[in-house]
Each structure stands twice: as structure tokens, then as C-alpha cells.
Design a protein around this ligand. Structure first.
Ligand SMILES: Nc1ncnc2c1ncn2[C@@H]1O[C@H](COP(=O)(O)OP(=O)(O)OP(=O)(O)O)[C@@H](O)[C@H]1O
Ligand SMILES: [Mg+2]
Length: 660
């Protein structure tokens, strides 16, 4: 008897859904790509609860006929390819014929569609069970609604994140697709409120200005189109001044498709080699238009990975074109040229809303969005930015100034970088320019002084203090390579790594404050703006309570990122930007069970980013305090990450070494 059975269609679809619809943003990507394939010029996405409760995509594309509705939700049914040969010349976003079937298998799903001059029809599917096609009403185009994602696969539901995180991922993928399709208008709402809207028929540069943070879009230069054998490269490169701790503003598109590709990433890293420090990443928007027969897009169900048939020539072409562009003279001139004072016209996204089925009673008139955002901080700043863009393009600096009425513009170090020419950059680099310092200016803080242990806890000082015997004479401490300090304390040789030891001191202070309640917050004189991606911001805001216990005061700043208003009193010299990016990259926020371990890690990260570094020159008093601490805490001789911070040679060690 045969034991092998063909799985029922519903099970097949659920299995496919596991790959295609990992989370709301993946479903949104598929639905928007369908709208683009249907030649829509306006696409509206309505989400509720991060897309988990409702995910609705409305377009004004070609529509689906009554006869095709059931086929549209049938696995491996597509209008986009017809034979195996077509697979090697895919010109549409979709071709696998499985996205709608997959989404419909794990949601309460409906399609309402109308082809121009025909009647509208609707098809409902409940967890893969297809119902009857019924007459309906809607405007020309298609409306797809998917409610209660994973309602019939609770295990998957558990993996979904907080609403804010899911929303930010959706925001991110829509923004990427919007960059690839500047002629298409996009409108995103969440829980009935306007998140962002982008008018149709924008030029690429206008779209970039609308999507990227202002300071980044002003510091990119155009890659003049370069045509190779079967392909063309175009796009924009960011100035080496505007490097990022993460690859969060690198966008790669192949024939309009958003992709993640190692070859393209590798080529860009090579282009900036030697121009930016290791571990930092430039801003880049690279569009590769290639003969579809030269690229295989059928590599992964999500279609985000590709394979090239002539990868070497693409790699070399990117290298050549982009390297030339980053020559000092070209860069300085091009950045100046690329600044553009365009204002963004408003567009009416209210299409489809007259239909009673689709009417969202909370639907926002875009023009009113900036009035209604107050109650939802997640949306507020996006709306602010949209409205400020509508007034006239203002710089990030202007917006900040408006918000805080700050008099002293000199504190806005990041925008000041724009003023530097690339030749200055090269010159500075040649004279040991400190990249870290330049890109991560520490903001001015009230009453901050560099004395590392001036507020040291008195109790620690008492212990063995009486024996601590280090001469006030500066020559008593030797410095090696601006990193290591050596001194003789009571006939023992102390060798200190200044960063590691200071890190340990800061860590212990933070931890003891946290254990006894919470760490106080020190207000920054000038709030620090972190321009980070929505997904990263969401992770931080979701953990705001924990971060505020540590003294951080954070506020959502919409599309332009996050505002840091306060930092831990114990870490006044915190390198804010690097700290937060490090945190996002390395911190396991989701695991509440290991919160204690998490707090320990948080303190260690703060300590790391607020302590003396190799290369810093501490005062003599600071050095003495480092040695005092080393002397008093001989049992804590590592930094919080486990590296040695102090090595001590006793007389016994010397005797042994010299065979005495
Ligand atoms: N918004 C839309 N407007 C018009 N037709 C649509 C729309 N969405 C889907 N369709 C039709 O439904 C079919 C099935 O869509 P589905 O997304 O499942 O597959 P696909 O786009 O062909 O391939 P893939 O699975 O790779 O996305 C499409 O081929 C297309 O004909
Ligand atoms: Mg599709």
C-alpha cells in the first residue's frame, strides 16, 4: 500500500505561505508588486495593528476579470509567464503565481476588482477555502484585503513583533519599492492615520528627497548612466562624509526589483575602500537595468535574491564608474549641483474611498494629516516632515531649529559636515583625521568635565586608600602608544589598558545605580538626532521603558529618526550615535526572560561608548584615579567584555622572571 500522498491544496498553500508570507511586510511587498505589474499609478496601503489585523492594498491598475478571480488565488496560476522559457526573461515583478494563494491560505482574504468599462466582482477566501465570486462595486482597479494574518496558524502568529515594529518594516519595504517606482504615488495609513504619502510622477531625485532623511539626500551625487554589455548602471552615491554605522541606506534595484545581493554590496564596499573607515557604510542607491535573460530572479520564493550570468563585468563596471566619481573634485561639484529646492505637490489619494465596502471611517485627508497626528507620536513627525516638505524644502537643521528654537547652530555638527569639501576630507584623512570623531560628534552637555572619576563613590575610595601610594609627579606614570599606562604602586608594576579599565569603572558605577533603582538622566543642552531606519527606531521605542531606567530620554522624530534628549548621568561623554547603532545590532531585546542579562549587557554597552579610548590623553589626575581603582579592585581585572584591563607584576613575579 502506498504511503506517499499528494497533500491537499490547502496544506500545499499553507506550506508555500510559510516561505512567501513571513510577516505583514512580506505580504505587502507581494501585493504592491502585483499592483505595479498591473500598471497602477496610485497605490494605497491601509494597515491596522502593524498589518496583523488588517492589510489592505488598493490600486488603480488594470483589474482582474470575473473569470480570473479564482485563478488569481490558485497556486501556480499566473498571467505573467506561460512557459519555462519565459522564466529566463521575466520582465514583471511576479511570475511564480503563488503570492495571492499563499496570503489567502493564512488570512481572511478578499479581492474586489474592476476592469475599466466592466462590472466589479469580489471573491472571498477564508483560510484557503475559496467562496463564490459575487458582483460587487469599486472603482477601476483592485482592492485586496487580508485580515487577521496567521489566524489559522497560531505558531506563526507568535513570531510577529509589536505593532510598531511590524509597521516600521512595512514602511521600509514600501519606501524601497517607492524609490524604484518614482512615477507611482504611494500612500500608507496605519490605524486610520496618515503615515506618509508620495505623489505620482516624481523624478527620481524628488522621490529620494521625499524618502531619505534630508541630510542624506542632500549629500549624494548622481552616477551618470553607464551602459555595458546588456546592462546599464545608474543611481546615486553618498559622500564619504555621510557614512553610516550600518548598511541601512543602501538600496539595490535590478530592473526595478528590490534585491539583496552580495555582488552589488561587495562592489560598493570596494568602491569606498580606503575612503571610509572599516566597519562603516556609505549611502548608495544603485539601479541595474539588465537584459532579463542575463539575470535569474527565480532563486528564492521572495524573489529578493538573484543570480547574474556575467557577474564579473557588472562588478568591474560598478567599480570603474563609481571610483571615478569619488575623485575629490567631482564629488565636491556634484554634491553642490544635486541640491534641489523642489517642493512636493500634494496629491489626492482619496480614490476608491466612495465605495461603502472600502470606506474607512477614519480615513485621513492627507491635508489634515498634520492636524490629526498629535495623538500618535509614531506618525507625528512623518506628517510634520511631509508638511514641511510641502512648504518648501528646508534643511534638517532648519527643522530642528524650528522645533527647539535653538540659537546656536554650531552645535549641529552633522549638518556642518556638508560644508566641508571632499578635498578637505582627503587632506584631513591624510593628517590622521579621526573618522569616528568626525562622524559621531559628542554633543555639549551641561557641567560636563573630562575628569573620569571626579564623582567617584566615596566608599570605594576608603578601601585600602591609605596604602595607595602613587606619587603626584607626572613622570611616575608612563604612557605607551596613547593606550597603555604603567606605574609602580607599592613595589608592584601595574600595566593598564586605559579604555578597558575605564570601561570597567563606568560599568560598575552604572550597574550599582541600576541595582539600587534607576540611573538618573542628564539633559542634553542640544538634543541629538539619530537618523535611523524605522525598523531600528521601532526596536528602541519598544524598549523605551528599559532605556529610560538607564537614563535615556528618547522621542520619536518621524522620518528623520529619533531624538535623544537625555543620557545617563553616569555616562555624560557617551558617543550617542555609535552607542545606539551598537545596541540595535548586538542587543537581544526580544528575550524578556533574560532581562537581567540584558541589563548587564546594556550597562556594558553604555560603558564601552562613554569611556576613554585608546588615543585619548587623560589628565594626570585621571590616570591616578585609574590606578587607584585598579589598586582597590584587584579582583575585577577585566573589562565587562572579558578583556584584561590591568596586569600586575609582583616582586615574586619579577624574581621568577629573573630566576632569582
Ligand atoms: N493588483 C492586481 N491587479 C491586477 N491583477 C492582479 C493583481 N494582483 C494579482 N493579479 C493577478 O493575479 C495573478 C496571481 O497573483 P500572484 O501574486 O499570486 O502571482 P504572480 O504575481 O503572477 O506571481 P508571484 O507569486 O511571483 O507574485 C497575477 O498573475 C495577476 O494576473
Ligand atoms: Mg504577484
Amino acid at each position: 500500500m502506498s504511503v506517499i500522498k499528494v497533500l491537499p491544496t490547502i496544506v500545499q498553500n499553507k506550506i508555500a505561505a510559510g516561505e512567501v508570507v513571513e510577516r505583514p511586510s512580506a505580504a505587502i511587498k507581494e501585493l504592491i508588486e502585483n499592483s505595479i505589474d498591473a500598471k497602477a499609478t496610485l497605490i494605497r496601503v491601509d494597515l491596522e495593528e502593524g498589518g496583523k489585523k488588517l492589510l489592505r492594498v488598493i490600486d488603480n491598475g488594470s483589474g482582474i476579470s470575473e473569470d480570473d478571480l479564482i485563478l488569481a488565488v490558485t497556486q501556480h496560476a499566473t498571467s505573467k509567464i506561460a512557459s519555462a522559457d519565459d522564466l529566463f526573461a521575466v520582465e514583471t515583478m511576479g511570475f511564480r503565481g503563488e503570492a495571492l494563494a499563499s496570503i489567502a491560505a493564512v488570512t481572511q482574504f478578499s479581492i474586489t476588482s474592476k476592469i475599466k468599462n466592466q462590472e466589479a466582482y469580489q471573491l472571498q477566501v477564508e483560510g484557503g477555502h475559496v467562496k463564490e465570486v459575487c458582483p460587487s462595486s469599486c472603482q477601476d482597479g483592485t482592492v485586496i484585503e487580508a485580515r487577521n494574518l496567521f489566524f489559522n496558524t497560531p505558531v506563526r502568529m507568535k513570531f510577529l513583533k509589536a505593532d510598531r515594529t511590524e509597521l516600521s518594516r512595512a514602511n521600509e519595504i514600501i519606501s524601497c519599492i517607492a524609490l524604484a517606482n518614482p512615477s507611482v504615488g504611494f500612500h500608507l495609513t496605519h490605524n486610520g492615520k496618515n503615515v506618509f504619502q508620495l505623489p505620482p510622477n516624481q523624478k527620481l531625485m524628488e522621490r529620494i528627497q521625499a524618502v531619505l532623511p534630508l541630510n542624506l539626500s542632500e549629500a549624494i551625487i548622481e552616477i551618470p548612466p553607464f551602459t555595458g554589455d546588456h546592462f546599464t548602471i545608474r543611481g546615486y552615491l553618498g559622500s564619504p562624509y555621510f557614512i553610516r554605522p550600518r548598511r541601512d541606506h543602501q538600496y539595490f534595484f535590478i530592473n526595478g526589483r528590490v534585491v539583496k545581493d552580495k555582488l552589488l554590496h561587495g562592489a560598493i564596499s570596494k568602491v569606498y575602500e580606503g575612503l571610509i573607515p572599516n566597519g562603516k557604510h556609505p549611502v548608495v542607491l544603485l539601479f541595474l537595468d539588465i537584459d532579463p535573460s542575463e539575470v535569474d530572479v527565480n532563486v528564492h520564493p521572495t524573489k529578493i535574491e538573484v543570480r547574474f550570468s556575467q557577474s564579473n563585468s557588472i562588478f568591474s563596471a560598478i567599480l570603474k564608474v563609481c571610483k571615478d566619481l569619488l575623485e575629490p573634485e567631482t564629488l565636491t561639484q556634484s554634491i553642490a549641483d544635486s541640491r534641489n529646492e523642489n517642493s512636493m505637490p500634494m496629491v489626492d489619494f482619496s480614490f476608491h474611498q466612495q465605495n461603502s465596502n472600502l470606506n474607512n471611517s477614519n480615513a485621513v485627508n492627507p491635508l489634515e494629516a498634520s492636524r490629526s497626528y498629535d495623538s500618535d507620536p509614531a506618525l507625528r513627525s512623518s506628517a510634520e516632515l511631509v508638511s514641511s516638505n510641502n512648504k518648501k524644502s528646508s534643511s534638517a537643521l532648519d527643522i530642528l531649529k524650528d522645533m527647539y528654537a535653538v540659537k546656536d547652530s554650531s552645535s549641529y555638527s552633522r549638518t556642518d559636515h556638508k560644508a566641508k569639501s571632499f578635498s578637505n576630507f582627503v587632506a584631513e584623512k591624510q593628517t590622521n583625521f579621526d573618522f569616528e570623531g568626525a562622524s559621531n560628534q559628542i554633543p555639549q552637555i551641561e557641567n560636563v568635565h573630562r575628569e573620569i572619576y571626579s564623582n567617584s563613590n566615596a566608599e570605594a575610595k576608603k578601601i585600602e586608600d591609605i596604602d595607595f601610594n602613587l606619587v603626584a609627579d607626572e613622570s611616575s606614570i608612563i604612557t605607551i602608544d596613547k593606550t597603555f599606562l604603567i606605574a609602580n604602586i607599592n613595589n608592584e608594576l601595574y600595566m593598564v589598558d586605559q579604555h578597558a579599565l575605564h570601561e570597567r569603572m563606568s560599568f560598575e558605577k552604572l550597574k550599582s545605580k541600576l541595582d539600587s533603582g534607576s540611573v538618573g538622566s542628564q539633559q542634553l543642552l542640544v538634543p541629538f538626532t539619530l537618523d535611523m531606519k524605522e525598523t531600528d527606531k521601532a526596536v528602541l521605542l519598544d524598549n523605551q521603558q528599559e532605556l529610560s531606567r538607564l537614563g535615556f530620554e528618547l522621542e520619536d522624530f518621524g522620518k528623520d529618526g529619533l531624538i535623544v534628549r537625555g543620557v545617563p548621568v553616569e555616562a555624560p561623554n557617551l558617543d550617542i550615535e555609535n552607542f545606539f547603532f551598537d545596541l540595535i545590532q548586538n542587543f537581544e531585546f526580544s528575550n524578556k526572560a533574560s532581562l537581567d542579562k540584558g541589563r548587564h549587557k546594556l550597562c556594558a554597552t553604555i560603558a564601552c561608548h562613554s569611556s576613554l579610548r585608546a588615543g585619548d590623553v587623560p589628565t594626570h589626575a585621571d590616570k591616578v584615579e585609574l590606578f587607584r581603582y585598579a589598586y582597590q579592585h584587584r579582583d575585577l581585572l577585566t573589562c565587562p567584555h572579558g578583556r584584561p584591563s590591568v596586569i600586575i607584576f609582583t616582586i615574586k613575579d619579577f624574581n621568577r622572571m629573573f630566576h632569582r
